[in-house]
Design a protein around this ligand. Structure first.
Ligand code: NAD
Ligand code: LMR
Length: 339
C-alpha cells in the first residue's frame, strides 16, 4: 500500500520505483515494544532505512496507531501493526531481524537490575516466540537489564534448540554514542570523526569505554579527564533518568543508537564488508560467557568477535572491577530462564 507512486512525473516515478525495489534484498524487520518510548522513534528511523522492505510493529497495546502513522511515510518499506499476543506469530514470521525494546524503564533511584523482575519475564516470552516463528532471525536486545536479558534469550533459544550464538546481540551502541559525544567535547575533535570502543556490559561499572583507543587522538587528555569521561559514560543512562524525573529513561538517543546498530546488522546480512560495531555477545575473549566488544558483522550475524587490543592501566583495572557484577548478572539471567 505504501509503494504507490505519488508523483505525476514519469521520470521521478521511475526513480522512485528503482529506489523502492532497488539493489537491496527484501528484509523484514520487527520492533517488539513498538508503541513505547523507544519503540516509536525507532519505528520511525527503521521506516527511513532503505535496507528494510517490510517493517513489522508489535506491542501489547497501541501499535495500530503507530503503524498507521509511520506507514504514511513515502519510503521503501511496507508497514504493518500487530497488537496482542495472538498476533505475535504473524508479526515475527519471516523476519530477518527482530529488535526488542519491550519492557519497563527505570525511574530515579533504580538500577537496571531493579527492572529484572518485570522485564525478564517479558523477554523470556518474546524469545520463546522468536524461537517458534523466526528462529533464524538476528535478535537485537535493548530491554534492560541487558547484562541478564541476553543470557535469558540464549537459554530460551537453547531449550528450543534454535540457539545460534552468532545471531544474538545485546545493544550497547548507546554507550558508544555517548562515549563519542563526551570525548569529542573534551578532546576538541569533530564528533562525526570520533571512534571509541566500549566493552564489558551495559550497566554502571560494567560499561568500560576504552578512551586510550579513541580516534582521532585530539589534545592529550589528563588521567583526571579520562576518569571523568569514563564515569560520565557509565552514568549516561542515569543522567537521562534523573533529568526525566520519573518519566522514563533514554528513548530518543536510544532509538538513534538502535537504528545505527540495526542498520549495521542489515548491512552485514547483505554482505557489506568490514561492518564493525560494539555489542554484547557470547564471547571467549575474557573468562565471561557474554561480553561486549567490537564485533565484525556478516551474512550470518557475528563473523568475528574482536579482541580488546591494548588497554591502559586504568582500563585494565576497570576490566577486573567489572567482572564480578557482570558474572552475577549473567548467572541471574541463566538461573531465571531455567527456573
Ligand atoms: P516504555 O515503557 O516507554 O515502552 C516499553 C513498551 O514495551 C511499551 O509500549 C509496552 O507496552 C511494551 N511491552 C511491555 N510488555 C510487552 C510485551 N510482552 N511484548 C511487547 N511489548 C511489550 O519503555 P522504553 O523507554 O521504551 O524502554 C524500554 C526498555 O528499553 C526498558 O527496559 C529500558 O530500560 C530499555 N533501554 C535500554 C537501553 C539500552 O541501551 N540497551 C537504552 C534505553 C532503554
Ligand atoms: C541507558 O543507558 O540509557 C538505558 O540503559 C536506560 C537506563 O536505564 O539507563
Amino acid at each position: 500500500a505504501i509503494r504507490r507512486a505519488s508523483s505525476s512525473s514519469t521520470t521521478s516515478h521511475i526513480v522512485r520505483r528503482s529506489y523502492a525495489s532497488g539493489s537491496h534484498p527484501e528484509r523484514k524487520v520487527a520492533v517488539l515494544g513498538a508503541a513505547g518510548g523507544i519503540g516509536q522513534p525507532l519505528a520511525l528511523l527503521m521506516k527511513l532505512n532503505p535496507l528494510v522492505s517490510s517493517l513489522s510493529l508489535y506491542d501489547i497495546a497501541g501499535t495500530l496507531g503507530v503503524a498507521a502513522d509511520v506507514s504514511h511515510i513515502n519510503t521503501r518499506s511496507e508497514v504493518k501493526g500487530y497488537t496482542g499476543e495472538d498476533q505475535l506469530g504473524q508479526a515475527l514470521e519471516g523476519c530477518d531481524l527482530v529488535i526488542i525494546p519491550a519492557g519497563v524503564p527505570r525511574k530515579p533511584g533504580m538500577t537496571r537490575d531493579d527492572l529484572f523482575n518485570i522485564n525478564a519475564g517479558i523477554v523470556k516470552g518474546l524469545a520463546a516466540a522468536i524461537a517458534k516463528y523466526c528462529p533464524n532471525a538476528l535478535v537485537n536486545m535493548i530491554s534492560n537489564p541487558v547484562n541478564s536479558t541476553v543470557p535469558i534469550a540464549a537459554e530460551v533459544f537453547k531449550k528450543a534448540e534454535t540457539y545460534d550464538e552468532k545471531k544474538l546481540f545485546g545493544v550497547t551502541t548507546l554507550d558508544v554514542v555517548r562515549a563519542k559525544t563526551f570525548y569529542a567535547g573534551k578532546a576538541g575533535v569533530h564528533v562525526a570523526d570520533v571512534n571509541v570502543p566500549v566493552v564489558g556490559g551495559h550497566a554502571g561499572v560494567t560499561i568500560l569505554p576504552l578512551f586510550s583507543q579513541a580516534t582521532p587522538a585530539g589534545s592529550n587528555l589528563s588521567d583526571e579527564e579520562i576518569k571523568a569521561l569514563t564515569k560520565r559514560t557509565q552514568d549516561g543512562g542515569t543522567e537521562v533518568v534523573e533529568a526525566k524525573a520519573g518519566k522514563g529513561s533514554a528513548t530518543l538517543s536510544m532509538a538513534y543508537a538502535g537504528a545505527v546498530f540495526a542498520d549495521a546488522c542489515l548491512k552485514g546480512l547483505n554482505g557489506v564488508p568490514n561492518i564493525v560495531e560494539c555489542s554484547y555477545v557470547q564471547s571467549t575473549i575474557t573468562d565471561l560467557p557474554f561480553f561486549a566488544s567490537k564485533v565484525r558483522l556478516g551474512k550470518n550475524g557475528v563473523e568475528e568477535v574482536l579482541g580488546l587490543g591494548n588497554l591502559s592501566d586504568f582500563e585494565k583495572e576497570g576490566l577486573e572491577n567489572l567482572k564480578a557484577e557482570l558474572k552475577s548478572s549473567i548467572e541471574k539471567g541463566i538461573k531465571f530462564a531455567n527456573s
